[in-house]
Ligand binder design. Sequence first.
Ligand code: PMP
Length: 294
Amino acid sequence: MELQAYIDGKWYPKSEAKVSIFDHGLLYGDGVFEGIRSYNSLVFKLQEHLERLYESAHTIMLEIPLTREEMAKAVIRTLQINRLSNAYVRLVVTRGVGDLGLDPKKCKRATVIIITDKIILYPDELYRNGLEIITVPTVRNLPEALNPSLKSLNYLNNIMAKIEAGIAGYQEAIMLNFQGYVAECTGDNIFAMRQGTLVTPPTYLGALKGITRGAIIELARKLKVPFEERILTRHDLFNAEEVFLTGTAAEVIPVVKIDGRKIGEGAPGKSTLKLMRAFHALTKTDGVRYKLGD
Ligand code: PMP
């Protein structure tokens, strides 16, 4: 069966799931989105994802025409219709259909889209041996211009960085903020073990408040791994004992080389492996369960 996508209250086969060319999500990247995972019929941290989505919408003064409860139901229904127990869910809310001008007031109703699909992850080998990444020249958006904590449809900043990573032959890249401090990666947050303390940059330096990032902070506290949110420079990363990235699609992935410098022993570190295991356990319990039926 062809995948069924939700658009404004109805489900359409993938090949027929279309939106207007006048939708401001397409014309201006005016909208917000979420990437969510389901594991064994459990939508991982669904409430946290919905909270971030509604907060992002509030900041851009976009009224979502569904309550959070209705949105949660629509997400689950979409997974059920597609009979997916392990999936990636893309939730998109655009400003809706308007005219060719910028004015969002011309858009009478937001467009709500839910797409589910099988997940694309890094190959297993990279989780065992670690990822090599680089720093790219494109800096992360200035928070006062377009706050990276707002998960908007404007992803060109990250796409530019992803292009630069690709040209150099890498899959992921570190983005610095306008001051030269480490912000995050193009689609993942970054953590380092530095002198026994787990460190990640505060989001006000220019990072998304990742749901996986939040889960790792929660697990570090539980496992009594010393943790701090503080400024990180490239020098700090090069000389860290361990580095890893976090994201809904990537989960927790070790980093073993940055800009040609070996990190720690050049293999996934002990704390990283411990947090990876704890994260996998959390994906089995922390979320909203659903049934697929017969
Ligand atoms: N940073 C950016 C720029 C992202 O796009 C993502 C993926 N949504 C993340 C970090 C990781 O966030 P999360 O753990 O919520 O997927």
